[in-house]
Unconditional design. Structure first.
Ligand SMILES: C[S@@+](CC[C@H](N)C(=O)[O-])C[C@H]1O[C@@H](n2cnc3c(N)ncnc32)[C@H](O)[C@@H]1O
Ligand SMILES: C[S@@+](CC[C@H](N)C(=O)[O-])C[C@H]1O[C@@H](n2cnc3c(N)ncnc32)[C@H](O)[C@@H]1O
Ligand code: SF4
Length: 378
């Protein structure tokens, strides 16, 4: 099993909190699509023939592409990797792009999941964030996807935004629930260095929410979505009827994936790679039959640490048997020893005699638990 991630690095405008790689240079789009397909061809051996189970178009703004762009990419994937085993093919889309006609066009392509960045339903906050949509457009975008026939829709929300109150967050969650989507991701705002919102914070023009409020928002999130029938399957992710994100789950489970496009990362076995985060450099290199990327070889301890960090956040937890098998008896013993005090105080629980999971109480202090379980060489 394997996944493919395709990065579409175009945004019409930039949102003030975002530090994912994108550019407003849309005139490079068709040259980019050719380069992207060429990269897919150049790296056709990367997944070593593993069947591709998930494909994810992320960005940037993948919904800036036209039907023929998608067709070209899908044809290339089909040719070099095969798509017979694909069960989840996601398009990340912005609500302002999801018109009735666009949603209908998408339904004619292999996509079977739409992930939409709504962030909040509060119009003045959307404006502050420099989003291109308002709340009404977000609601309509979901309707258009439904109407077109999509039965796996996800929305992203951000909380802990400037001026957030528990009341406003509850209102956002109620609106989200009323849309009846299959999947909800809810992220706490992070102030990334180099973003406009970070500058505003530094200049004291906005204030960060305090720690106590953050805990309260997280608790509201878990309770509200829990009582609306959503399963909390990863710290920031909730789903109905087992519609968890297969693609993101494969990242957390250490399944190999190929990432194409500028800034995309890839992983296979014990190696991580990142493509250069510049559209111009990326295109130039690929056109010259080269690829600009960095690579990191992960030693056994790093692989163990990554496994702990990602799997403990999920409902499946850390698979203790696998830890022993993959990383050896010593690291397995280390993990058990470090987990002991957290098991004793009820922050961690063990299921099926194998899966080490965060308890409801533990979720609130997950960062501390993760750092205890990680192995740091003296
Ligand atoms: C890279 S964005 C691309 C999504 C799409 N272009 C959009 O804007 O709807 C993916 C998601 O990451 C989340 N995100 C991005 N920056 C964030 C930040 N600084 N703090 C918290 N969440 C963030 C948002 O929820 C966003 O929908
Ligand atoms: C923050 S998550 C949002 C996922 C969404 N909530 C869902 O369930 O589908 C997705 C973002 O992570 C980034 N991303 C995911 N996989 C990536 C990869 N392999 N390389 C680079 N960026 C990646 C992309 O910018 C993408 O917009
Ligand atoms: S949040 Fe989405 S639309 Fe906004 S800058 Fe980031 S990738 Fe682009």
């Amino acid at each position: 099993m394997a996944g493919i991630y395709i990065h579409i690095p175009f945004c019409k405008t930039r949102c003030i909190y975002c530090d994912f790689y994108s550019t407003t240079r849309s005139e490079l789009k068709s040259r980019y699509i050719h380069a992207l397909c060429k990269e897919l061809q150049m790296r056709k051996e990367y997944l070593r023939g593993e069947p591709v189970e998930t494909i994810y178009f992320g960005g940037g703004t993948p919904s800036q592409l036209a039907e023929e762009d998608f067709r070209e990419v899908f044809e290339t994937i089909r040719k070099y990797y095969g798509m017979e085993h694909c069960r989840e093919i996601t398009l990340e889309a912005n609500p302002d792009d999801l018109t009735e006609a666009y949603a209908a066009m998408l339904q004619n392509l292999p996509f079977n999941r739409i992930s939409m960045g709504i962030q909040t339903f509060d119009d003045s906050t959307l404006k502050l964030l420099n989003r291109r949509h308002n709340a009404a457009q977000a609601v309509n975008a979901v309707k258009h996807c439904r109407h077109a026939g999509f039965n796996n829709i996800s929305i992203d929300l951000i909380y802990g935004l400037p001026g957030e109150t528990d009341e406003r967050w509850k209102r956002d969650l109620q609106q989200a629930v009323s849309l009846n989507v299959e999947h909800i991701s809810a992220y706490h705002l992070t102030y990334e260095e180099g973003t406009r919102i970070y500058e505003l914070l530094q200049a004291h023009r906005i204030r960060e929410v305090d720690e106590e409020s953050s805990v309260c928002f997280f608790s509201t999130l878990i309770d509200t979505l829990g009582s609306a029938g959503y399963e909390h399957y990863e710290i920031s992710n909730f789903c109905r009827s087992d519609m968890y994100s297969r693609h993101n789950t494969s990242y957390w489970k250490g399944i190999p994936y190929l990432g194409c496009g500028p800034s995309a990362h890839s992983f296979n076995t014990d190696t991580r790679e990142w493509n250069v985060a510049s559209l111009e450099k990326y295109i130039r290199a690929i056109e010259n039959n080269q690829r600009l990327f960095e690579q990191e070889h992960l030693d056994r301890t790093t692989c163990y640490n990554e496994c702990i960090m990602t799997s403990i956040r999920t409902r499946w937890g850390v698979p203790l048997n696998d830890i022993e098998q993959k990383f050896g008896k010593e690291l397995w013993q280390y993990c058990i020893d470090m987990a002991r005090p957290h098991l004793d105080c009820g922050n961690l629980e063990i299921y099926d005699n194998n899966r080490l999971c965060l308890s409801r109480k533990g979720i609130f202090v997950s960062d501390g638990i993760i750092s205890d379980l990680m192995f740091v060489e003296e």
